[in-house]
Design a binder for this molecule. Structure first.
Ligand code: J2J
Length: 502
């Protein structure tokens, strides 16, 4: 892998956003000063700090400063609201929240304060624009052990009690290093971030850590919209970008219509987070003049990539194969028994896949021998490539953002007009899946309406993407055929009924 010599690196651009451009020298200096500043506040090695930060240079500086100190960033998202942040902060016993103040018209300072009011361990609320004031004279901090937990990621579709994912320095670095090899990342790579940067995909596949590890450049876009992101591609000559399928569709259609922006520097577009329809996959390369790379990954570990030199039909119809020869996969049926056909629920173990959540949450997510149960139904081709066919009905994949059916049901059940509710995924041409709440009304003559239930879920402190898209009022749920009403079985039956009705 081509790496910049250290002497050259100092003056190269490490990170840029629309407002700031920072060289490696400046980044290193700033990280040292912020690490000292966090330590002066009383944040100790091992302490957890919830980040709710938009796509800016400050995010990168803060994450590296916490790493330097040995404190653990907990990767919240700007879209999270009170219910999520309280759950995350409690599960992590967090001592601080770093927030953006007023951002896109929303008062995150007030949100952080209400979280602090409810979570005793929170001692510091740090607005991003006060990071400068905190910064102090750099000093040496005791190095972390490679096998220490480096940070906590969030599991997609967490229920009421969030599943926090403990990733260690060595496991994550291995995944970043291997990703760089597979994705051809080197010192000439200019990696553009258009997804929320705290997601595992833009962090590590190969993401900002891959680009920085190789001495390349990271460019952070505040939005994935072509009108915002393409001028940044042009200005920084971005070579690589990772996105979810709905964004890929938007970029492809914009390019097919003909656009004035020059995006010819782009070499690779990675698409993952949700299933990329084959039809879209075939259009991306020709429309944007790039190599498409499909990525099937998860914050718990396993990441699969199509290879840059794979035959075009493999690239457009599969989600690739594991990045490491040490990743082990097996397919099982609903009861966890091995299947002999090449299709089933995927379970995985390997050098960078976790064997348990933080604090032992959700033990059912792991088989008795520690393998991670992904919940995804996949098919493995003769060549060893994976095709994602779906997943169990507990989680909706809304254009890459995951929604826990169970969590939304719990919240909607709190509404006076709802006697019972089951949340399922319905197919959607743009997002892949949308959220449908089947509701049995408390008063059949006055069933609750969609806007009312959305407003209610919002008032309970849920992120916007988790609010129901569709409400369907029914008199009763289908018979499950078993004595005990299993919500899992009901979700499956309703999903099947909805699909049949389309
Ligand atoms: C179908 N489903 C997919 C794909 C993820 C790289 C890329 C993505 C993530 C991510 C990530 C999919 N086709 N190509 O962490 O490093 C669904 C699966 C999976 C879940 C994980 C990375 N790519 N998925 O999306 O933790 O259901 O990670 O189990 O957010 O997304 O979600 P998450």
């Amino acid at each position: 892998m081509a790496r910049a010599h250290d002497t050259d690196l100092a003056d190269r651009i490490a990170v840029a956003d629309p407002d700031r451009t920072v060289t490696y020298r400046r980044l290193a200096d700033r990280v040292g000063r912020l690490a000292a500043g966090f330590a002066d506040l009383g944040i100790e090695p091992g302490a957890r700090v919830v980040l709710q930060m938009p796509n800016t240079v400050a995010f990168v500086e803060t994450v590296f400063a916490l790493f330097r100190l040995g404190a653990l960033p907990v990767f919240g998202l700007p879209a999270h609201r009170e219910a999520e942040l309280v759950g995350i902060a409690r599960a992590a016993d967090a001592v601080a929240i770093v927030h953006p103040g007023v951002h896109q018209g929303f008062d995150h300072a007030a949100l952080a304060q209400s979280v602090a009011d409810r979570v005793d361990t929170i001692a510091h609320l740090i607005p991003i624009d006060r990071l400068d004031e905190i910064a102090a004279e750099p000093r040496t901090h005791a190095p972390s052990n490679p096998s220490d937990v480096a940070f906590l990621q969030l599991s997609g579709g967490s229920t009421g009690i969030p599943k926090l994912i403990p990733r260690t320095h060595d496991d994550y670095l291995y995944s970043v290093w291997r990703s760089n090899e597979v994705c051809g990342v080197d010192a000439d790579t200019v990696y553009l971030v258009v997804l929320p940067v705290a997601h595992n995909f833009p962090m590590s596949s190969p993401g900002i850590l891959g680009a920085i590890y190789a001495g390349g450049t990271v460019v952070l876009s505040p939005s994935p919209a072509p009108s915002v992101a393409w001028p940044l591609v042009e200005r920084h000559r971005a070579t690589m970008v990772g996105m979810v399928p709905p964004i890929a569709r938007l970029w492809t259609e914009t390019a097919e219509r003909g656009s004035a922006a020059d995006v010819s520097s782009l070499q690779t577009i990675q698409v993952g987070g949700a299933r990329c329809p084959d039809e879209l996959a075939r259009r991306i390369g020709p429309a944007l003049g790039v190599t498409l790379q499909q990525v099937f990954g998860m914050a718990e570990g396993l990441v699969c990539y199509t290879r840059l030199d794979d035959p075009i039909d493999v690239v457009t119809s599969t989600q690739g194969r594991p990045m490491s020869p040490l990743d082990q996969l097996r397919l099982v049926d609903e009861d966890g028994e091995p299947v002999s056909v090449g299709r089933g629920f995927l379970e995985v173990q390997g050098p960078y896949t976790i064997r348990g959540y933080w604090g032992g949450a959700s033990p059912d997510s792991f088989a008795d021998d520690g393998w991670y149960r992904t919940g995804d139904v996949v098919e493995i081709t003769d060549r060893g490539d994976l095709i994602v066919r779906g997943r169990g009905g507990d989680r909706i994949n809304r254009g890459g953002e995951k929604v826990s059916a169970e969590q939304l049901e719990e919240h909607l059940l709190g509404h006076d007009g709802v006697r019972d509710v089951i949340v399922v995924a319905v197919d959607d041409a743009y997002l892949g899946e949308r959220t449908c709440a089947y509701v049995i009304a408390a008063a059949p003559d006055a069933p609750p309406k969609l806007p009312e239930l959305r407003a209610f879920a919002r008032s309970r402190g849920l992120a916007e993407w988790k609010l129901p898209d569709i409400v369907s009022v029914v008199d009763a749920f289908p018979e499950t055929g078993v004595g005990k009403v299993s919500r899992k079985r009901l979700r499956e039956l309703l999903t099947a009924q909805t699909a049949a009705a389309e």
